[in-house]
Design a protein around this ligand. Sequence first.
Ligand code: ARG
Length: 294
Amino acid sequence: MSLSSAPAAQAAPAAPARIAQHRRYLMCRPEHFTVSYRINPWMEPAKPTDTAKALAQWQTLYDTYVALGHEVELIDPVPGLPDMVYTANGGFIVDGRALGVRFRVDERRGEERPFMDWFAAHGFDVVEPVSVQEGEGDFLLVGDTILAGTGFRSTGDSHAEVAGVFGREVVSLRLIDPRFYHLDTAISVLDPVEGPGGVEKANIAYLPSAFDEPSLAVLRERYPDAIEVSDADGAVFGLNSASDGYNVFISPRATGFEAQLRERGYHPVLVDLSELLLGGGGIKCCTLELRGKR
Ligand code: ARG
């Protein structure tokens, strides 16, 4: 018997049909973008930055979201706060409740009040933070669970605070590589999607080498179907991406991750933020999700 007579039923199952969900994001135009201090290994103040290029690349991300039907709100940039473009660090918003942030580093503390004022002015219930934590940079909503990062920026104490504020399960994860200092540089939330069998469990992609062993064991157990991304794709900030459940906005340099997403039925949308990477941020860092209230 030759192998060619194997039944056709052994063919690989088709990838599930993915459905794009509407998103509402907060972004901040990088009008004052530069690298004047060093608070992560990507930042080199001696190296020149090009604000016009940062603005043009940022505009492409904004236009891409809008063209795909998403809503993007803007917060005014403040002179002297060059990192304000990374709005993911401005807060964490679920069910109309906006928890403000308390930055670990003094250089960014001036951003705390403008973000909280913006949330209040746009109808969110603002909760003043107590512990040091950097918002959606370290807190990711996956289904009903909040994955929470620590190790470099947000403290372990902040995880209990977040659990109390939002009344949800919080799972602590420890980051160990200084290049991946926020959780959103090492995990990408791909979101729940409608498959042929109904709503699937929310899924993620992650960079295994960014986590300590106990955290890796948790990720493997909770997300057996997760996409494990290569070190090469992680190193170009491939995981610092946004997703609407179908379109996944990623760096064009993360070619392996791009192929993995396609195999799973997602639609990778490539947006190059190379200039903003000089500040240690990418697509997700420039995108804060607004959930609830209007
Ligand atoms: N220069 C900024 C910092 O180090 C970059 C923040 C990136 N944001 C993020 N959500 N990962 O704080």
